[in-house]
Design a binder for this molecule. Structure first.
Ligand SMILES: NC(=O)c1ccc[n+]([C@@H]2O[C@H](COP(=O)([O-])OP(=O)(O)OC[C@H]3O[C@@H](n4cnc5c(N)ncnc54)[C@H](OP(=O)(O)O)[C@@H]3O)[C@@H](O)[C@H]2O)c1
Length: 321
């Protein structure tokens, strides 16, 4: 697990708890806690204590947590669980973990992480992937699993069946996580992107949860328009999504808990670095590259980009003070 936060901690924890040899690359106080106390994942049953249904823990000696990838040794599989904006710093960590046949599973929201990772490790090594779950790092050594399917969807770059995809699916399924190998992994990545980017961008601009966004006709229409832009950009890049994908995604929006917000919204509200460029920003620059107009996403990107820039200035000032 390169990055042991919400995603790496949850899926790595599941695999380690099932007896797989999992090594965690982490840092700072989280690393110290993993080495000292092990990992605790608290379950979705609203405050379920670790160890009760839905929660689990993994003792420190079963985690092999380290800050040094050379210590972790070469791996059959690497799950890349860092945020998109952390990839440039994290990719150099992969080299000592690679051997012939190592597969690097991406989990980042958006559609561009696989290509960025492929530049570092080669396209043959990359399994583009997508996580359907809501988890976060609650504190050092502690992951909170809020909900979602708890699934990882992944495949080979060209969607061919392969032994390593089968082996990873079996390991995850056997560890109490759901593994999905779709016919077209790119369509899956784009379909999730079509949900998260509009929900994230509009939520961040309005500071409103999903229940409010979907119930006002004006913001519901903006959600639908932002999704349609993504459908068109996907088509221009060669991924044809189902004709009714905007309608079915709005149905999915309607099924979400009304208070739900995205990590993009929460990070921007907290003045933290966010995945804006990989979400809304990617819609805009991919649209520009393929001559697809993206006015709604473009507006969201400009407004949020300014907020992000000002937050970065404030962080820099606070750091210098
Ligand atoms: N969490 C979810 O529910 C969810 C669902 C679907 C998709 N995703 C996607 O999955 C990706 C990961 O999200 P996440 O929620 O798991 O993020 P996260 O909780 O912030 O975890 C990232 C972890 O990676 C660590 N890290 C980053 N760079 C590192 C480095 N160079 N060396 C060692 N550790 C490093 C971070 O440490 P620091 O804290 O020290 O930076 C943090 O512990 C994102 O792209 C997100 O969009 C997340």
């Amino acid at each position: 697990m390169v990055g042991a936060g919400g995603i790496g901690g949850y899926f790595g924890g599941r695999l380690a708890a099932a007896g797989h040899d999992v090594r965690f690359i982490a840092r700072g106080r989280h690393l110290e806690a993993l080495r000292r106390d092990g990992l605790t994942v608290e379950g979705p049953a609203g405050g379920a204590a670790a160890g009760s249904p839905g929660g689990f823990s993994v003792p420190a000696d079963a985690l092999h947590a380290t800050g040094d990838p050379a210590e972790a040794g070469p791996a059959d599989f690497i799950l890349l669980g860092v945020k998109t904006w952390q990839l440039p710093d994290a990719l150099p960590l992969l080299k000592p973990l690679m051997k012939d046949g190592t597969a690097v599973l991406t989990t980042q929201n958006g559609v561009e992480a696989p290509a960025e990772v492929a530049e570092a490790v080669g396209r043959d090594a990359v399994l583009p992937g997508s996580a359907k779950i809501i988890t976060y790092l609650e504190g050092p050594g502690r992951i909170r699993h809020v909900g979602g399917l708890g699934s990882l969807t992944f495949g080979e770059w060209n969607n061919r069946p392969s032994e390593r995809v089968g082996a990873l699916r079996e390991a995850l399924d056997g560890a109490g996580a759901t593994a999905v190998v779709p016919q077209d992994i790119w369509a899956e990545l784009w379909a999730k992107f079509l949900f998260v980017a509009p929900f994230g961008g509009l939520g961040a601009v309005t500071d409103a949860p999903i229940g409010a966004l979907r119930s006002r006709p004006g913001t519901r229409r903006l959600l639908a328009d932002a999704m349609t832009e993504i459908q068109e950009v996907a088509r221009a890049t060669g991924t044809v999504l189902p004709e009714d994908i905007v309608a079915t995604t709005l149905d999915f929006v309607d099924q979400q808990p009304a208070e739900g917000t995205s990590s993009l919204q929460r990070d921007i509200a907290a003045g933290l670095p966010s995945e804006l460029e990989a979400w809304t920003g990617a819609v805009v620059h991919l649209g520009a590259r393929h001559s697809v107009p993206t006015p709604v996403n473009g507006f969201l990107h400009q407004v949020l980009g300014l907020r992000e820039a000002r937050a970065a200035e404030r962080r820099a000032e606070a750091g210098a003070a």
